[in-house]
Design a protein around this ligand. Sequence first.
Ligand SMILES: [Zn+2]
Length: 331
Amino acid sequence: MSNRWLSLVCVLAILGACGEDDGGEDPADSPPALAGEVTVLETYSVGDFNADLDPELPTASVAFYLTEGGPLEWNELVPGIERAKRVFLDNGVQLRVSWAVLVSVPPDWQSLDPEISEVPSSPEYLETDIYRHLDELATRLTDRTRDILEAIVWQHPPRADGVPFERSVHVVALEDVPISYFEWDGAWSEQFAPTGGLSFPPYVHGDRIAPRLRGIITLSVNPNPLNRATRVLAHELGHKLINVSHEGIGVCPSFEADGDDLMLYGEGERVASGAEGRWHRERLALSPFLYHLDGDIAVFDNDYRDSGSYRDRLYGDFVVEPPCAGTAGSR
Ligand SMILES: [Zn+2]
């Protein structure tokens, strides 16, 4: 980001992600290595999505990147955008669709690498505290995946809507985006599975993800019937903005669980508040991706105070510590 924006955001942030401003060029302003491989083929009209925006409401900007030969057409994505707008507006947050394009990319970019993780130390956390388990994994992208995603989102006009690049959500449609996870059966084995959507959330990637990719979400061919098509976008935005795994009222955090909450598999859209709701609504309201407009300037009130983990100090008391007594269909 430019120094001007760095300074502005540092003033506005409570604490945290701002580094020292040495007056030099910020690396985030330099084109990524593979930027020249991407061409914008078509820009879609997004004005209708934003006609009813209320300047008084907390807002998150979301940009969309469809890929030529990729898994989604624009008209297939629109119902999911409308549903996501409604789900979040029902919970006091509006989504601003900042940009939507079709880009051409090299065909092999349709398959990203699985994430890289450390082998966890103990199987205990897998059953009792998946957030500690995830902290241990120290998950990160391969250089190839990072370079591909950075090149695609770099096509976005910088700060076109007054929002610094790393404060926007960027949704990229690619054919094959695998997730990796560990199973314990007397020894650890790393498993891989395809995804219909992957949110690269802070509680998994912490500050190991490149700043330009902090807002990245991918949408892919949906292989999982538990993950209903038009709800995928809202659910993945939930991972990113609420910063929790699959959990809900009476359901402990797990990798897979069904229920009525937005953050569970199924058709649910509930974002509950209070301890019973595991503070989802309160955590959403604190998301560093939310801003309000002061004239044309997007003003951000919050940022992560640590790395963005589940227990980041940003969330204060809005953290539920184990043990958790609810049912959980963990794998
Ligand atoms: Zn999910």
